[in-house]
Design a protein around this ligand. Structure first.
Ligand code: PMP
Length: 427
């Protein structure tokens, strides 16, 4: 059900589950559904995505990458050549682990961020980081197991883990990312309550939705705390190369190959529509992870892998990333200055060093879910903060994305949003 079908009103996550159960119960096969099926929530992001394509609306909701700089003619020629010269292999089943060449190229991408010497044999090609999260949940988690995550965290990860009846436990962050003391404390209190803590799911660089980055001096400590408590770190790093200035921060995986399962993605550095990413798996866990990937997919698409390999091999992908960094930096700057100009006192926001998102905080007690309907009427759209934490608590936060909108539209979008926020804070 989209917002249009709900006559423009916004369903809270709780109402979504109720609706799901109610409509499901009228269905003949309702009793056949697994308990798990009811843990898969309708994604607020997908809902808003449906609305975002309305003409005239400025969407500050979707975190889509900027694709206009892709060399489309060159890619079309490359794709045609692949089908013409390697068509039978491209259209046939391929290796379950993914093509050797793309696994090697994934290692080159990781090397650009500081993960050196990764073995392509430890890489499995996925259909995006999203599918890596699903496989990680499947391979490591029984119902009721705990996975720690940042507060806030990526809505897609909440959905992936909660589908396996995982107990997602948020750990507080500050402007420097996950707070190590809070992580330690949370682990000890969960253990004392008899919980089994399996994993930390973390987006250390340019967290979605907050834009916050785990500082260099906290990185080793976070992994050390997890190691000492026998918790695997699941590092999700789709944005790491998209730092506005300076060198990317070294991923957690670089110094901790046995403690970190790393998820990479071609979505933000190339094209999300090809649905490809990779997992770099600690050697001692590789076989289980790989078998689970194969059980889901048989194999990732050889055709899209060949196109991606051709892009990374024959085009200046690094040059394009350098250009994208500048483009995203300009867009982020436009958003920050528009917020500065337009937002009333009491409203604050994060200042990201990269990635796609700014996280806006309204005074405590204001629920941003109902504001979405007003924002749509005003001609813009955002994602309410409640989507990014486990549970059904209202949130006074909201996510704004600057990646896919021109600076002028960003300024206009924030101008449209401002009166909605002013009314909410009583300004
Ligand atoms: N992880 C994070 C943190 C994301 O923001 C996204 C996409 N928005 C994904 C994973 C999904 O990436 P992919 O396209 O590789 O599945």
């Amino acid at each position: 059900m989209t917002f249009e079908e709900t006559t423009g009103s916004v369903l809270t996550p709780e109402a979504q589950v109720a609706l799901d159960r109610a409509t499901g119960s009228a269905h003949r096969h309702h009793e056949l559904l697994s308990d798990r099926a009811f843990h898969i929530k309708q994604s607020a992001v997908r809902d808003v995505f449906d609305i975002s394509i309305r003409p005239g609306l400025i969407s500050l909701a979707g975190g889509s990458p900027y694709l206009q700089s892709l060399p489309l003619d060159g890619l079309a020629d490359a794709a045609a050549a692949i089908i013409r010269t390697q068509g039978l292999a491209a259209l046939q089943y391929g290796p379950g682990q993914g093509l050797q060449e793309l696994r090697e190229l994934a290692c080159e991408v990781m090397a650009a961020e500081g993960i050196t010497g990764a073995d392509p044999e430890d890489v499995v090609i996925t259909t995006g980081s999203q599918s890596g999260q699903d496989v990680a949940a499947k391979v490591f988690c029984n119902p009721g197991d705990v996975v720690l995550c940042e507060d806030p965290t990526y809505v897609g990860a909440l959905n992936a883990f909660e589908a396996y009846e995982v107990d997602m436990q948020p750990v507080p962050m500050d402007a420097y990312g996950l707070i190590p003391e809070a992580l330690e404390e949370r682990i000890q209190s969960l253990k004392a309550a008899g919980k089994r803590v399996k994993m930390l799911y973390t987006i250390p660089s340019f967290n979605n939705p907050s834009g916050v980055t785990l500082s260099a001096d906290r990185r080793d400590e976070v992994v050390r705390i997890c190691r000492e408590n026998n918790i695997l770190v699941l590092e999700d790093n789709p944005y790491g190369l998209l730092r506005f200035d300076g060198e990317p921060l070294t991923p957690l995986r670089a110094a901790h190959p046995e403690d970190v399962l790393y998820l990479g993605s071609f979505s933000k550095i190339f094209a999300p529509g090809l649905r490809l990413g990779w997992a770099l798996v600690p050697k001692h866990l590789f076989r289980r992870f790989y078998l689970a990937c194969e059980a889901v997919l048989l194999c990732p698409s050889p055709l899209t892998q060949m196109i991606t390999a051709a892009y990374l091999r024959d085009f200046d992908w690094m040059g394009r990333i350098r250009d994208s960094r500048r483009l995203y930096a300009d867009r982020c700057a436009a958003m920050l200055s528009a917020l500065e100009d337009q937002m009333p006192d009491g409203v604050t926001w994060t200042v990201p060093d990269g990635g796609f998102f700014v996280w806006v905080s309204l005074p405590e007690g204001i629920d941003t879910y109902p504001l979405l309907t007003e924002a749509i009427e005003a001609g813009t759209v955002f994602i309410p903060g409640a989507a990014f934490t486990p549970g059904d608590e209202p949130s006074s936060r909201l996510r704004l994305a600057f990646s896919a909108v021109s600076p002028d539209d960003i300024r206009e979008g924030v101008r449209r949003l401002a009166p909605v926020i002013r009314r909410a804070v009583g300004d």
